[in-house]
Design a protein around this ligand. Sequence first.
Ligand code: PLP
Length: 431
Amino acid sequence: MGDQRKKSAKAFKKAEKVIPGGVNSPARAFSAVEMDPIFIEKGEGAYLYDIDGNQYLDYVNSWGPMILGYNPPQVIKKLKEQLKKGTSFGAPTEIETEIAELIVDFYPAVDKVRMVNSGTEATMSAIRLARGYTGRDKIIKLEGCYHGHGDSLLVDAGSGAATLGIKGSPGVTENTAKETIVVPYNNQQAVEKVFTEYGSEIAGIILEPVTGNMGVIGPEPGYIDFLRKITRKNGALLIFDEVMTGFRLARGGAQELYKIEPDLSTFGKIIGGGMPVGAYAGRREIMDYVAPVGPVYQAGTLSGNPMAMQAGLATLKELKNKKIYTQLEAKAEKLEKGFKKNIEELEFPAYFNRVGSMFTLFFTAKKVKNYQDVKSCDQKLFAAYFRNMIEAGIYLPPSQFEANFISLALSEENLDQTIAANYQVLKKLKA
Ligand code: PLP
């Protein structure tokens, strides 16, 4: 194994000397799967190509944004046009209003949108706004949910932090951490208890309505509805972090799927069409609490950057077509059926979970409904699965604590190939 990735191995050694861990985001490290990361040359449709010339069917989608596949012509065309006009002005452009209008159109709970440069910035700003608007300090966060690396939210987070076993992080002060109250996902009593104790101090609850950062877990029936009611009753804000789920699970995100209107929503990934973008959004009276109209300060030199806005706008315009979600669902359903059949036939101890075009194959025989369940998965077995899938030309997130994504570019043939690889690899691991 690895001989066909000599250039990647060399590139990694070089990178490690000048970049911490050789990667610019810990989720890209392959330490949990005991491999060197694969260095990418290019993407095309459903495929990634590494610098050694190997081809992979991709289920990472740049961690979510590439819902249309790599290099969709409509997006590339707009980027080329914008390139000729200029890459940044630090002054308003009409594209910013156009993309905000589209988001407002698709999300009934949203009247106004503020663009930022990443999902982290979006959630950090939303939390600041929730605190400023309510005049309260405490935030409830759900265990295993990841909302970027802002200090307040880096407590019991999923994704790279979970993969590396990092509970909080040195550098986050105790005072900051103590304003974040962490409760298990899908557990109503735990939330009730916190409100009983701290009710008038809670600014809001932030959650991934469907989690991706501890693997894909959906809310139990009634859970989201319960969160809506208890926040409203206590004058706290309900914040949906839809950085991953927005425009992914449905055009209107998880809030469309579960028919719940949060007070604030955060976006990222897909709304940037592969460029660095984030946004936070919500009801007019809350969003008007942001500077320059309101007292809560938040700003950005490159916010609403025209290149990023063009890529995002072109992507969202494609997603106006609701048929895309039916197509994604059909692809995802096919994969689910195939994987589940393999698991059953081989009597393999694995649990497949999917919501829309996000899925995770958990290496445990029992149902997974929260972070504790995920932590009990066999990570060694996952690592072996990952390495064998790479050998079969299938690129997956290099961690059990992540979502896999299905893009529109995946063909029936691609899905068949993936299902067949899954069968062969599980069979080998069983032996
Ligand atoms: N929120 C969620 C739900 C995410 O999945 C992520 C990133 O994976 C973030 C926030 C942070 O976004 P970014 O990595 O763009 O800062």
